[in-house]
Design a protein around this ligand. Structure first.
Ligand code: SF4
Ligand code: SF4
Length: 169
């Protein structure tokens, strides 16, 4: 009984310190103020220019948090590969499992930064067209696994051809 009373008193004292003196707070006070005021700007979640619009992230997402949105004008990334859509991430449905990032073929097949990430992709600067022209070595198992998620199979076809070329090098 004595112990419970001591724990309760200690807890009340600690909480009072947190409320009155902002002790033990993990969140930055400035950020806390901005959150309360509703002035926090959402960070970009998709590097739209670098994304090739294959929909792998959307198909891999276990919570259906990623929708593919039609572009006003399709973009030709390389010959025979048109980008027609880009992903839009619904943060309320996201459980931060990072499957989207890991399934993004740029990351999974080419070892380049994935162009989608629930915690902000930051600055992603690379030329997707140049990446897709690079000869790369990819195991059959990996190709098979990734290809089941891609809406645009031309990425894999091209990758397959490149992988074949790389095998002969
Ligand atoms: S991190 Fe979020 S958006 Fe990405 S796959 Fe997981 S739930 Fe979906
Ligand atoms: S998997 Fe990567 S490249 Fe494909 S649509 Fe999603 S973000 Fe874009």
């Amino acid at each position: 009984m004595k112990n419970i009373l001591r724990i309760m008193l200690e807890g009340s004292y600690t909480n009072l310190k947190r409320i009155l003196f902002a002790a033990d707070r993990v969140t930055d006070m400035e950020l806390r103020r901005r959150i309360l005021e509703g002035t926090v700007e959402p960070e970009p979640k998709v590097a739209e220019v670098s994304c090739i619009g294959c929909a792998g992230c959307s198909n891999a997402c276990p919570t259906g948090a990623i929708e593919m949105r039609d572009l006003d004008e399709p973009v030709e990334i390389i010959e025979g590969l048109m980008k027609k859509q880009i992903p839009v991430l619904n943060r309320e449905r996201c459980v931060h499992c990072y499957y989207c990032h890991d399934f993004c073929p740029l990351y999974a097949l080419f070892g380049e930064p994935g162009t989608i990430h629930p915690n902000d992709v930051g600055e992603v600067e690379f030329d997707a067209g140049a990446v897709l022209q690079k000869p790369v070595k990819i195991s059959e198992d990996k190709l098979k696994f990734i290809s089941q998620f891609l809406a645009d199979k031309s990425v894999i076809k091209r990758t397959d051809t490149l992988a074949e070329a790389a095998r002969k090098m």
